[in-house]
Design a protein around this ligand. Structure first.
Ligand SMILES: [Zn+2]
Length: 211
């Protein structure tokens, strides 16, 4: 919001200069050039967040069997006034299907998409977060089932986000075999051939032999 206000402010400075009676000499043109540059820089961040939110919304919509949803990236200031009980990562409004990524988590996903091969565990987890919330949008409320459904769709999600095939497999398997057993939503029943196995054609578990 702050960046949008700044963009409007610099736009207004340009407009004011344009309609003023002062001669449009090199000083005036230079001034307007600087204002234009600052306006573009100010709008760059909100525009890139908007594009990311749009992409995340599309992915969640498909993963959630086309249920209505809207993914939103919470800003730092906004998070201060966020009174929902979730204090970490993200959450879903079950009544509307809307998803909120808490402050900093959209940045992690952005980092991941920019360079997935260099991503650390926290950055990689942003993909799990997206697919986990998508499973809530799909209708699942039980956290262990939600996480297990998300794991099975990790590969699908990463590919939808444009992550290369090998990286999508590697990171999904790494999460399932290494980090998931330490997760609060871990269940030993989340494994191939169990009641939690949805037998998806593109399940991450198809690649378990490569782990
Ligand atoms: Zn959850």
């Amino acid at each position: 919001m702050l960046f949008m206000i700044l963009a409007v402010f610099f736009g207004w400075l340009i407009f004011r200069e344009l309609i003023s009676s002062t001669p449009k000499d090199s000083v005036s043109l230079g001034y307007m050039g600087v204002c234009l540059l600052l306006a573009v820089l100010s709008i760059w961040k909100p525009a890139s967040i908007w594009l990311l939110e749009r992409k995340m919304t599309e992915v969640v919509h498909v993963l959630a069997d086309n249920k209505p949803t809207k993914v939103r990236c919470e800003g730092v200031v906004e998070s201060i006034f966020d009174r929902t009980p979730m204090t970490w990562a993200g959450y879903t409004y079950f009544d509307t299907g809307d998803v909120v990524f808490k402050a900093g988590w959209c940045k992690q996903l952005k980092r991941y998409l920019k360079n997935p091969d260099k991503a650390d565990q926290r950055v990689r987890y942003s993909v799990m977060l997206l697919v986990h919330e998508a499973m809530h949008v799909r209708g699942e409320r039980d956290e262990q089932l939600t996480e297990c459904q998300a794991i099975q769709r990790y590969y699908r999600t990463a590919r939808m986000l444009g992550v290369p095939e090998d990286t999508a497999k590697k990171h999904g398997l790494l999460y399932y075999t290494t980090y998931f057993p330490q997760h609060p939503y871990y269940s030993p029943k989340c494994a191939p051939g169990t009641s939690m196995d949805e037998e998806l054609p593109d399940s991450l578990w198809q690649f378990l032999h490569q782990a």
